[in-house]
Design a protein around this ligand. Structure first.
Ligand code: HGY
Ligand code: MN
Ligand code: MN
Length: 408
């Protein structure tokens, strides 16, 4: 059985993982930032070295395409993920799947494999959604779920405009988003959760992905003196925020459902020790594999906000930053992943993805599925993110096997 070049893949993961570190050695490559440019430039250099046709679309999605005169008319097999990161990230999230896609193409080329259709690897813009929302932005445009103009006008948490930033870093490409209509889509990714490691299973055949709801809550109160204002006379945006967060997280913790809720960002204004906050702004990340249950939790939160506004004498506004329903992946591809693992003597199990991925957007326009490999300690979105080399190589070989079948 052919196999990928393990040292080349592992070396590139580490080389890309060294790009975009700050003074405290934290890995930060937020979408369309200078450090994102550094990562993009490195990846495009590898695409060109591999002799692929490089195409960049108007929202900065990067494609490396292996095609020949006699197959370029056919819809390509697309393998992708992302190389933008969160703040203080690990080196595997997204990057592993993009570099493994390139590795698969280079391995197939080197072994004289002649695909019946083109094979392309993609690095999608702004999968993480940390600087600009929604997340999975570039793949959502590619899938026709949002138009390019809306995305290019997106305002970042730093007040920047995505389209201007892409132009500034040289990745406002000329191809029309969605120009590449995939025959099928594969994404290899670290699990970013505890399941595979806990069960000592090296390969996950991902059959579905949970629904995601991102909201920004803004609470308007009245600034006043912390010492002289009686508790009964306060319009305290800070206390209201604390009550909402406690309501939501206690409620989700008490439910026996797989629902998860996270408040990852919060700020007070004027943010002074002796001033009752006049404003509180925070985000809620709510997820559930069941759409009805996700809607029920959103409704329960909305009802609580309404009642709390009266209780605390504040005004509360909600902005929906992202909302994606759960996705079911293509069963035939899931079965190919399972069969490929068994052929290589690797344990495999079907599973749900807790994290969002570009695959959930590509699934709108092509048969798609994902392959997971274990995350040590189930940790991700952290510098402690880790997957053993042997597990990384095993996952890439499964990607190779399934890609070769789909491209035959
Ligand atoms: O938020 C997510 O699940 C993904 O990492 N963007
Ligand atoms: Mn990812
Ligand atoms: Mn991520």
């Amino acid at each position: 059985m052919i196999a990928i070049d393990a040292q080349r893949l592992l070396g590139r993961i580490r080389e890309l993982g060294a790009v975009g570190r700050d003074g405290e050695d934290r890995l930060i490559r937020l979408a369309a930032s200078d450090t994102d440019k550094q990562g993009r430039d490195l990846f495009v250099g590898w695409l060109r070295q591999a002799g692929l046709d490089v195409a960049i679309d108007r929202v900065g999605n990067i494609f490396g395409i292996w095609q020949s005169p006699d197959n370029r008319e056919l819809a390509p097999l697309l393998i992708g993920s992302h190389i933008d990161t969160v703040i203080d990230a690990g080196i595997y999230d997204g990057c592993y799947g993009v570099l493994a896609g390139l590795e698969v193409i280079e391995t197939l080329k080197a072994t004289g494999f002649s695909p019946s259709r083109p094979i392309a690897v993609a690095a999608f813009t702004n999968e993480e959604g940390v600087r600009y929302t929604p997340d999975m932005m570039g793949s959502l445009v590619h899938a026709g779920g949002i138009d390019a103009e809306t995305v290019l006008a997106a305002i970042g948490t730093d007040g920047s405009v995505l389209g201007q930033e892409l132009a500034r870093i040289g990745y406002a490409g000329d191809r029309e988003p969605g120009f590449l209509k995939p025959h099928a889509y594969l994404e290899l990714h670290i699990e970013q959760g505890p399941v595979l490691e806990r069960e000592s299973v090296p390969i996950g055949a991902v059959e579905n992905l949970q629904g995601i709801s991102w909201q920004r809550i803004t609470i308007e109160g009245v600034a006043n003196h912390a010492g002289t204002t009686p508790m009964s006379m306060r319009n305290d945006a800070g206390h209201a925020a604390a009550r909402i967060i406690t309501f939501l997280l206690d409620r989700i913790k008490a439910s026996n459902a797989p629902t998860v809720a996270t408040v990852g960002t919060i700020r007070f204004e004027p943010n002074a020790i002796n001033v009752i906050p006049s404003r509180a702004v925070f985000t809620i990340d709510l997820r559930d594999p069941d759409e009805q249950r996700l809607q029920a939790e959103e409704a329960a939160l909305a009802a609580y906000l309404e009642q709390l506004a009266t209780d605390e004498n504040v005004t509360i506004s909600v902005e929906q930053l992202a909302r994606f329903e759960p996705v079911i992946f293509d069963l035939r591809i899931v079965e190919r992943i399972e069969a490929a693992a068994k052929r290589r003597g690797l344990g495999v199990r079907r599973m749900t993805s807790g994290a969002g991925h570009d695959a959930q957007m590509l699934a709108r326009i092509a048969p798609a599925a994902m392959i997971f490999v274990p995350s040590t300690g189930g940790i991700s979105h952290s510098p402690r993110e880790h997957t053993d080399d042997a597990e990384l190589v095993a996952g890439a070989n499964i990607l190779l096997d399934v890609a070769a079948q789909l491209a035959k």
